[in-house]
Write a protein that binds this ligand. Structure first.
Ligand code: G1P
Length: 297
């Protein structure tokens, strides 16, 4: 019997330098895809997977994130007075229950593994999820829900996985596959950001994890890995050496790398086209852009 996964860690301490100057005053996670901040997509995905406790690992300059999750009574009552019920509902859907969110500061940028470790006391001895909000995943069933379902069958640790071009493996954690069972693979190792020539496969880790609490013990050792950082990948790989399993789940859904500008733009187009209220106008515009480009060629 596996324990239920009800806690999720959201590492949001990064400086977001790839999005300067915007991120000079706006946390990257507040940047919007259409009209919802990146973090809202991550929260909705976690909620759909049954997560009840949301742990944010933040840093200086991220207070806009805390404000975002506060109730906004003045705004709510003004929308109510004006009879703007639809907007009111949209606003209320972002409200979080009292006590459901905790914020922990990562005082030094020592890597993703360190950020996760900062939440160890709130995790205790329970399995937990980690969601990297930069990776936005759309699909019929929330990616984390797919992972929770898989976890209930397999136990162990599970990471979201996706094939990437060989030329891109050095940007990811990469799985060393033991048994490929189709949508789930078991692993015999994991390497953070390998050179393309040394990568054990092109099956990359995408930013969703369900982890055993013992991963925190490995992080306690504060070992530096790729890029001189304390890597979550290394701590997960350590699980294998202690006889616990690590699986990769090839999730169903489309993943957008919103940590890169091109990925963010692609997500904006995809989410814009997916919206009933925008689709017609937006796709007509995209058609126009294409025909103008073709005419210019
Ligand atoms: C992090 C992880 C990496 C994973 C990636 C997914 O890297 O360290 O293992 O493949 O997220 O997006 P980052 O993109 O933060 O450098």
């Amino acid at each position: 019997m596996t324990r239920r996964v009800t806690k999720a860690i959201f590492p949001v301490a990064g400086q977001g330098t790839r999005f300067l100057p915007a991120t000079k005053s706006v946390p990257k996670e507040i940047m919007t895809l259409v009209d919802r901040p990146l973090i809202q997509y991550a929260i909705d995905e976690a909620r759909a997977a049954g997560i009840k406790e949301f742990i944010f690992v933040t840093s200086r300059g991220k207070s806009a994130l805390e404000d975002y999750f506060d109730h906004a009574p003045e705004l709510e009552s003004s929308l109510e007075k004006k009879g703007k019920t639809e907007l009111l509902e949209t606003l209320k859907s972002t409200n979080m229950d009292s006590g459901a969110i905790a914020y922990i500061r990562q005082h030094m940028a020592l890597g993703l593994g360190h950020a996760v470790w900062c939440a160890r006391r709130l995790i205790g001895d329970e399995p937990f999820a980690v969601i990297l909000p930069d990776d936005v995943i759309s699909g019929e069933v929330s990616c984390l829900k797919q992972m929770v379902d898989a976890y209930e069958e397999t136990g162990g640790n599970i990471v979201a996985a996706m094939e990437v071009p060989q030329s891109k493996v050095s940007s990811y954690g990469v799985l060393d596959v033991k048994d490929d069972m189709g949508h789930i693979v078991s692993t015999k190792g994991m390497v953070e950001k390998p050179d393309a020539a040394d990568a054990p496969s092109n099956l990359a880790v995408i930013g969703r994890y369900i982890l055993n609490p013992s991963v925190m013990n490995h992080l306690n050792q504060m070992k530096q890995g790729a890029g001189g950082e304390i890597q979550l990948t290394d701590a997960i790989a350590h699980e294998l050496t202690e006889g616990r399993d690590v699986y990769g789940l090839r999730f169903r859904g489309q993943r957008f790398d919103c940590g890169s500008k091109a990925g963010f733009l692609q997500a904006t187009v995809a989410f814009g086209l997916a919206r009933d209220d925008l689709r017609d106008e937006f796709s007509a515009y995209l058609d126009d852009v294409q025909s103008i480009r073709r005419a210019a060629e």
